[in-house]
Design a protein around this ligand. Structure first.
Ligand SMILES: NC(=O)C1=CN([C@@H]2O[C@H](COP(=O)(O)OP(=O)(O)OC[C@H]3O[C@@H](n4cnc5c(N)ncnc54)[C@H](OP(=O)(O)O)[C@@H]3O)[C@@H](O)[C@H]2O)C=CC1
Ligand SMILES: O=C(O)[C@@H]1CCC=N1
Length: 273
């Protein structure tokens, strides 16, 4: 892939995960500058991966080919207003990983001709298992689209969505989704311990069952998830008994409501920020 000069504005959980994945996959660390007000996160990335560290968003963005906006949505307007005053974005590609900040809003903040791609990644990018959804307005060039795809492919898999609304659906299905699985695993670990397993064994059992299940899904892309579930479920057996509890409580409806809440919140944020 091309090695353009990248400046990350923000050094938190998500930027850190992408940077870790990028450098581990061979992206040159000296082409990545990480900006944040405090040294805590950006210097930790510098020490671990050899990236450059700066507290100066403007100077770093000025010399970059690609600016990745990786601050919290509620800070985006302030950060962009400051950048807009001193940075010429006409020769730069801007990648936003923020939830709930629309392309329209970025045009208002940084200029109508902005070359912008919205990316919705997730934290498994840290270990090369990320999933990113990408959206670009029509005028973004094929080259910029390709670069954005390649960048995120370095830390996982990518898919493009045709409308910007698709980004909010990606949030519900992938961006926020690691937390759903963590919550489920936490609940399992807690109950395994309550039943008498040691903390270490409870963690190991849940962790291995989850990664084993995910590996089976990945290894059998043509097999419906329902078949994989049925393969575990002997009629009248233990799994059947457990799944009955989930079904009685309508887990499917709970999941649907949770994903709808994620989309609704993203839409609300688009109005707020
Ligand atoms: N976490 C996730 O799983 C995902 C997050 N996202 C998106 O990523 C974005 C960042 O989220 P996340 O990484 O979780 O947030 P964090 O709170 O972990 O990180 C925010 C970062 O922004 C930095 N920051 C704050 N103010 C400024 C500023 N003025 N200039 C430059 N940097 C600044 C902070 O600096 P300091 O280091 O000094 O505290 C910190 O490094 C959000 O917009 C979110 O929607 C998208 C997909 C998944
Ligand atoms: O919770 C959030 O708003 C961000 C976006 C997706 C994951 N974390």
């Amino acid at each position: 892939m091309q090695h353009r000069k990248i400046c990350f504005i923000g050094a938190g959980n998500m930027a850190g995960a992408i940077i870790a994945g990028l450098v581990t996959s061979g992206y040159p660390a000296d082409k990545i500058t990480v900006c944040a007000p405090s040294g805590k996160n950006r210097d930790a990335l510098k020490d671990k991966y050899g990236t450059l560290s700066s507290s100066d968003n403007i100077a770093s963005a000025q010399t970059a080919d690609v600016v990745v906006l990786a601050v919290k949505p509620q800070l985006m307007a302030d950060v962009c207003s400051e950048l807009q005053q001193q940075v010429d974005f006409s020769d730069k590609l801007v990648l936003s990983i923020a939830a709930g900040v629309s392309v329209e809003r970025f045009y208002a903040l940084l200029g109508d001709n902005l070359r912008i791609v919205r990316i919705m990644p997730n934290t498994p990018s840290l270990v090369g298992k990320g999933m990113s959804g990408l959206f670009a307005p029509q005028q973004v060039s094929e080259q910029d689209r390709e670069f954005s795809s390649e960048l995120m492919t370095a830390v996982g898999k990518v898919c493009w969505v045709e409308t910007e609304a698709g980004i909010n659906q990606v949030i519900a299905a992938a961006g926020s989704a690691p937390a759903y699985f963590f919550l489920f695993m936490e609940a399992m670990q807690q109950e395994a311990q309550r039943q008498g397993l040691s903390a270490d064994n409870a963690r190991l059992l849940v962790q291995q069952a989850a990664s084993g299940a995910a590996a089976l899904v990945e290894a059998n892309p043509e097999t419906p998830l329902s078949t994989l579930r049925e393969n575990v479920t002997s009629k009248g057996g233990t799994t059947f008994a457990a799944l009955n509890v989930f079904n009685e409580r309508d887990l499917t409806a709970i999941v649907a409501q949770a994903m709808q809440a994620a989309v609704a919140r993203a839409e609300e944020m688009e109005k707020q920020f």
